[in-house]
Structure formats: structure tokens, C-alpha cells
Design a protein. Structure first.
Length: 212
């Protein structure tokens, strides 16, 4: 999980609306600003899931939605089919502050669905919240390149390691499907680098790649 700078810049109309509707319950796609929020999050996240860094939208489509913002509103009839959904880092805020920008991320849909259940079991901690000011993935996480899984940094205290371990589960960093895709992708990248003897461009799973 990379650190994210979630400055709201393109969706000015949503920002004005939210200033007057801070206690509004989350109402998904029925809200007129749903795609403004989702697409700005995808742009900020470079088209990747905020948690797993699995690519949710290809680069050409991402560039096209960037061009779709006019005068503070997403204004073109282009809605690419992709598995991204708006996710609430703390789902308890859905009722009383459903559109709190600080609590929203674009996430792979299956991870979002599973997180709702896992959050009930393990709770939620902001130690791995990717837009938190002091978040540092290298201080929190380590990566096993043989198993292709994340685990807590061994330099952390036991209490912090437990928090990170729980959040790795809740946020789906080692989800079986994600782990499979990450292994496939990074193995191919590493094979190319070995045979071509030069670095290859990487457009997903950036944290895992940096750790191997």
C-alpha cells in the first residue's frame, strides 16, 4: 500500500455540495456526484486499488476520465466498465457522514465486499490508512517474495504488529485472488528483468515490487 495524497481538486461541485451535506447518509450511485468521487479517487490512485494496488482501470481509460472533468464536475458520457467501487475506510461513517472525503477510497469491488464482513470481526485501525499523514508502508510492512504475501514489519512492537496483521486481513492485502494476480504479474516482470538485464516498467503492485 502506497501513501496517497488525497487532495480534492477536480470535483469542486461535489466539494461545495458536501460542505452543506456533511451528515448525509451514503446513497451509492443514486447520488449525482458518485462518479465524480469515484473517478477523482481513481485518478489520485493512478488507477489502482487503494489497498491492494491491483489495477482497476487501464491507463488510456484513466486519461480519458481525467479529461471528463469540466468546471468542477464530471461532464462526459463515458463510464468505462471496471471493478472499482467507492469504499468507506470506517464503515460506521456510512450513516452519519456517508460522503466524508477523508473516509473514501476507490477499491476493487470484491475486496470491498469482503472488508465489510472482516471489519466486523477484526475492527478497523488507521495504522494502514494510506492517506494518513504519518503512514509509511516501509515502516509498517514487509514482503515475502517466495510466498508473495505481506506481513508486519518485525521492527514494530508486538502490539503494533498485531494491529498491522489484523489490517492486512481486513484490507485484503493477502486475499487469495490478489495474491495470485500479484505473483503472476511480478514473476513475469522479474523474468523479463533477468533475461533483458534491465528494469521494467511496473503499473500495479508497486509496494510489493519495491520490496523484492
Amino acid at each position: 500500500m502506497r501513501k496517497l495524497n488525497k487532495t480534492l481538486s477536480l470535483s469542486a461541485e461535489f466539494s461545495k455540495w458536501y460542505a452543506k451535506n456533511k451528515t448525509k447518509e451514503y446513497n451509492s450511485t443514486s447520488n449525482k456526484f458518485y462518479y465524480d468521487v469515484l473517478y477523482e479517487l481513481l485518478i489520485i490512485q493512478d488507477g489502482l486499488c487503494a489497498y491492494t494496488e491491483f489495477r482497476l482501470i487501464d491507463e488510456p481509460s484513466l486519461e480519458k476520465i481525467k479529461d471528463g472533468f469540466k468546471k468542477g464536475k464530471y461532464s462526459i458520457d463515458y463510464f468505462p466498465d471496471n471493478p472499482a467501487t467507492i469504499e468507506h475506510f470506517s464503515k460506521t461513517k456510512k450513516k452519519n457522514s456517508g460522503w466524508d472525503w477523508d473516509n473514501l477510497f476507490a477499491v476493487f469491488g470484491d475486496i470491498n465486499i469482503q472488508k465489510n464482513h472482516l471489519e466486523n470481526k477484526y475492527g478497523i485501525e488507521d495504522i494502514l490508512k494510506p492517506d494518513k499523514a504519518e503512514y509509511n508502508n516501509l515502516k509498517c510492512l514487509m514482503y515475502n517474495k517466495s510466498l508473495h504475501i505481506f506481513f508486519p514489519n518485525s521492527w514494530l512492537t508486538n502490539a503494533l504488529q498485531n494491529k498491522v496483521a489484523n489490517m492486512i486481513i481486513v484490507l485484503g492485502l493477502n486475499n487469495d485472488f490478489i495474491k495470485m494476480k500479484r505473483r503472476e504479474y511480478l514473476s513475469e516482470i522479474k523474468d523479463k528483468e533477468y533475461y533483458l538485464d534491465k528494469k521494467q516498467p511496473v503499473n500495479q503492485f508497486l509496494t510489493a515490487y519495491s520490496m523484492i
